[in-house]
Design a protein around this ligand. Structure first.
Ligand code: ADP
Ligand code: MG
Ligand code: MG
Length: 243
């Protein structure tokens, strides 16, 4: 079965105001996909339902064939990591090592095992040289990688990123994308919410487009992006910056 399956998912924040109308989706292990759509299309809402912040009004969410509808946010959090759009709120003086180790401490893992795993993940994320720095001293891109590292130590099956490359310069853009590609090759399913057509063409295996709470496209990026009507309804933009 797929790692993640959404079956006919509907939802509204308020009564009689549905914002998702029967969204279905299947994602395989290690797949790397992008989700696009205009502001208000329902991208964040889908993510919040997957993570369990809200319950769908109808439809179901399955992981590896099992309905996770009654699993708590906490139960899902170790299997599905959500990387929020803006890590700039990270102003704490906590050392990077401790920030990334926190989730494992909460789990009650032994100190020596924590140290081993955190060091491995910090290496993978290019953060090992900064392990004793305070989080507040890092750049935007580095903070984003701290957020990702905090999730990776928990060994998730799925990672969802809201605009993973927003606000990053050319070098960090490429670093971030190659890093995410590496994760997908290790079998982690990567979902990127993005409007960046270059990113989709270069890195996504599929592009899913939402419009007004409905899925209007789900295909290889070059096919989706060859449709002018879809580009328009998703408000997609050519980014010449990274070519
Ligand atoms: P996107 O992430 O694609 O920009 P959202 O999922 O944030 O879209 O929003 C989908 C719809 O749900 C929009 O109409 C938005 O106004 C509405 N919405 C989002 N969050 C809330 C909320 N907390 N309460 C009420 N309506 C919301
Ligand atoms: Mg929005
Ligand atoms: Mg959003």
């Amino acid at each position: 079965p797929p790692v993640l399956e959404l079956r006919d998912l509907s939802f509204g924040y308020e009564k009689n105001h549905p914002v998702l109308h029967g969204v279905s989706l299947k994602l395989g292990k290690g797949e790397m996909v992008s989700i696009a759509g205009k502001n208000g299309a329902g991208k964040s809402t889908v993510s919040k339902l997957i993570c369990g912040f809200y319950r769908p009004s109808s439809g179901s969410i399955l992981m590896n064939g099992r309905d996770i509808g009654s699993d708590s946010i906490k139960e899902r959090a170790s299997r599905i990591g959500f990387v929020m759009q803006n890590p700039n709120h990270m102003i704490s003086k906590t050392m990077i090592f401790d920030e990334v180790a926190l989730g494992l401490k909460v789990r009650g893992m032994a100190e020596s095992d924590i140290e081993k795993r955190v060091h491995e993940v910090l290496q993978v994320c290019g953060l090992y040289p900064f392990r004793n720095w305070p989080v507040s001293a890092l750049s935007y891109g580095q903070k984003k990688r701290v957020t990702i590292a905090s999730i990776l130590v928990l060994q998730p099956e799925i990672i969802i990123l809201d605009e993973p490359t927003a606000g990053q310069d050319y070098r960090h853009y490429n670093e971030m994308m190659e890093f995410l590609l590496g994760l997908s090759k290790q079998g982690i399913t990567v979902i990127m919410i993005t409007h960046d057509m270059h990113l989709m063409l270069e890195y996504a295996q599929r592009t899913i487009v939402l419009a007004d709470g409905r899925k209007i496209a789900d295909d290889r990026p070059e096919r989706v992006l060859s449709d002018k009507a879809i580009i328009h309804s998703a408000n997609l933009k050519e980014t010449s910056l990274y070519r």
